[in-house]
Design a protein around this ligand. Structure first.
Ligand SMILES: *Cc1c(COP(=O)(O)O)cnc(C)c1O
Length: 425
């Protein structure tokens, strides 16, 4: 069966034919590809078409598909058994690496998704502070947990869903939403409600309204205000952790949060999440403390083996400077190609994560400016790229990624294909 026939089949059994909404390509039009396999910087659909992959499973695959270290580590783990429901050595090793890499993390708890990490971190913050209000920022996505799905980015932005039925008003009311990068709004809210706020959660570099870097004083303001009023600062580093630096955005910008959530890269492509922070806070989690959080498959040995091999390989390669340079050159060239063809655009990049916003030339600094982009033009761009063998996220409001195996030769091929795709729009 070809892509389209398989998708028709999928729709009979899966809502919308998918297990995660943006995969249905609704925002860009056309029928989604069904993936057969990946190799290095490439992904192949069931019809045998090859694509240069800038989606990279939405961020986890910083080493590309099937990196030999990750694959052999996973194979070794599989041969020992898939799950025990008891502690295995891989968990301890990976925890040690996380604590060694993230300046603000003394202890870490592994869970099974970024969503679960955020949900647990928020519970911990509420339990630790004895307060109930959460502050989040417009366009930031922190998974599909009730408290943080208000004014969220990612699929919620892509599909223009204003809120979500199924979240009681009483729950939504416990979340204050402020514009990203707006330090004054943060100060004002803390002045009014500071003593009732349990936590501020932020993507230290936003990736889910498209990439939006933090203004210099923004993260600093969050650190200062939360400290002043006894609220916890949560950095959601599910994308940025191990992506911008081994120690994530907190290392990159030199600002330490109280709690950190991780996912994506830390699982090397396996389902994962993690949250960690200072000893004093983490000790409140059961069984050390009274705040309950558990998981049958948490710390799964195969997942931990994939994560461990990924972290160890990143430590060995220390690829961050080179990734930064290569991504900078690549984005400059893509921008030049768009300009040549007269396509208005602007782009944001931090390290190896970036987004081209089409149809607008205004700098994108928050959700409102991101929404100025022309999503129908983006849809045409996406589909023309796909036809020419280049896969980018099927939404204007997502990050593109580079991996360590996107070398110069592959990027040059990508540029040729992108040039052709732009001509054909
Ligand atoms: C992907 C993502 C999540 C959710 O992770 P899942 O594993 O999809 O549940 C949370 N926060 C951020 C910043 C993300 O990018």
């Amino acid at each position: 069966m070809n892509n389209q026939q398989l998708f028709e089949e999928a729709k009979k059994y899966l809502p919308g034919g998918v297990n995660s909404p943006v995969r249905a390509f609704k925002a860009v039009g056309g029928s989604p590809i069904i993936v057969e396999r990946g190799q290095g910087a490439y992904i192949y659909d069931v019809e045998g078409n090859r694509y240069i992959d800038f989606l990279l499973s939405w961020g986890p695959l910083i080493l590309g598909h099937r990196h030999p270290n990750v694959e052999s580590s996973v194979k070794q783990a599989v041969e020992k058994g898939l799950s025990f429901g008891l502690t295995n050595p891989y968990e301890i090793e990976l925890a040690k690496e996380v604590v060694g890499s993230f300046p603000s993390v003394d202890k870490v708890r592994f869970v099974n998704s970024g969503t679960e990490a955020v949900m647990s971190a928020i519970r911990l913050a509420r339990g630790y502070t004895g307060r109930k209000y959460i502050v989040k920022f417009e366009g930031c996505y922190h998974g599909h947990y009730d408290s943080v799905l208000v004014s969220a980015g990612s699929g919620v932005a892509t599909l223009a869903i204003p809120g979500t039925p199924g979240i009681p008003e009483e729950v939504a009311k416990l979340t204050f939403v402020l514009p990203y990068n707006d330090s004054e709004a943060v100060k004002k809210l803390f002045e009014e409600k500071g003593s009732q706020i349990a936590a501020v959660i932020v993507e230290p570099v936003a990736g889910n309204m498209g990439v939006v870097p933090p203004k210099e004083e923004f993260l600093k303001t969050l650190r200062e205000e939360s400290e002043k009023y006894g609220a916890l600062l949560i950095f959601d580093e599910v994308i940025t952790g191990l992506r911008l630096a081994l120690g994530g955005a907190q290392e990159y910008y030199g600002i330490e949060p109280d709690l950190t959530t991780l996912g994506k890269v830390i699982g090397g492509g396996m389902p994962v999440g993690a949250y960690g922070g200072k000893e004093e806070i983490m000790s409140k989690i059961a069984p050390e403390g009274e705040i309950y959080q558990a998981g049958t498959l948490s710390g799964n040995p195969v997942t931990m083996a994939a994560g461990l091999a990924t972290v160890q390989t990143l430590k060995e390669l220390n690829p961050y400077e080179e990734l930064d340079k290569r991504t900078a050159q690549f984005t400059e060239k893509v921008s030049a190609l768009l300009k040549e063809k007269g396509i208005p655009h602007t782009y944001n990049r931090v390290g190896s994560m970036f987004t081209f916003f089409l149809g607008t030339q205004e700098k994108v600094t928050d959700y409102r400016s991101a929404l100025k982009s022309d999503t129908s033009l983006f849809g045409k761009f996406f589909n023309s790229l796909l036809k020419n063998g280049v896969l980018i996220p099927p939404s204007q409001f997502e990050a593109w990624f580079l991996s360590v195996v996107h070398n110069e030769e592959i990027l040059n091929e990508a540029l040729e294909r992108i040039e052709k795709a732009i001509k054909e729009i």
